[in-house]
Design a protein around this ligand. Structure first.
Ligand SMILES: [Zn+2]
Length: 182
């Protein structure tokens, strides 16, 4: 992590967001060695003014587009290859489209060839998982740890260093480019 990134990291209150339940993996420019920065489009843990988990279905319908509602609140899946985020290669942070919690950084994004934005690791503490038995083979569903919005499924056929593939609906994410992003 550069000096600038570390300063922004400390200034932004993002440490709370990135740490989540286990703070051990913060240091070293590994999985969590991420470009962090302040941006009004990001609301890390502790900065939120809304209790997202307490909101009604009507509240979400009003807040989200129809497609966002279908995916985030109904565990829908977007058609492969339709997300502009498949081609998003700038440095930055992918936040939850429901509540703007940072979920992934550009450093963990890779081209999986599936037609969905894919990552080899989430920001620690940002996502919760559950078993999904709706298809013939059980899958692991994951969702935003703050608002509960469905994001995608995680598989064990990803690249190093984790071997994981976090296969995400682009509709469920918003991208916030780093201030220095080209
Ligand atoms: Zn969320």
């Amino acid at each position: 992590m550069s000096t600038l990134d570390r300063r922004l990291f400390l200034a932004s209150g993002f440490a709370v967001a990135a740490c989540g339940p286990s703070a051990g993996a913060q240091d070293g420019d590994g999985v969590q060695g991420v470009p962090l920065f302040d941006d009004p489009r990001i609301t890390p843990w502790g900065a939120e003014t809304i209790d997202f988990s307490a909101q009604t279905e009507d509240w979400w319908r009003e807040r989200l587009t129809e497609e966002e509602f279908r995916i985030l609140r109904r565990e829908g899946t977007e058609r492969a290859g339709t997300s502009p985020l498949n081609d998003e290669h700038r440095r930055g942070i992918f936040v939850c489209a429901g509540c703007a919690l940072p979920l992934f950084t550009s450093e963990t994004k890779y081209e999986s060839g599936t037609g969905w934005p894919s990552f080899w690791a989430p920001i620690e503490g940002a996502l919760d998982t559950k078993a999904d038995y709706r298809l013939w083979t059980p899958r692991t569903e994951y969702h935003c740890a703050r608002c509960g919005g469905h994001q995608g499924h995680v598989f064990e056929d990803g690249p190093r260093p984790t071997g994981q593939r976090w296969c995400n609906n682009g509709v469920a994410l918003d991208f916030v480019p780093h201030p220095d992003a080209a």
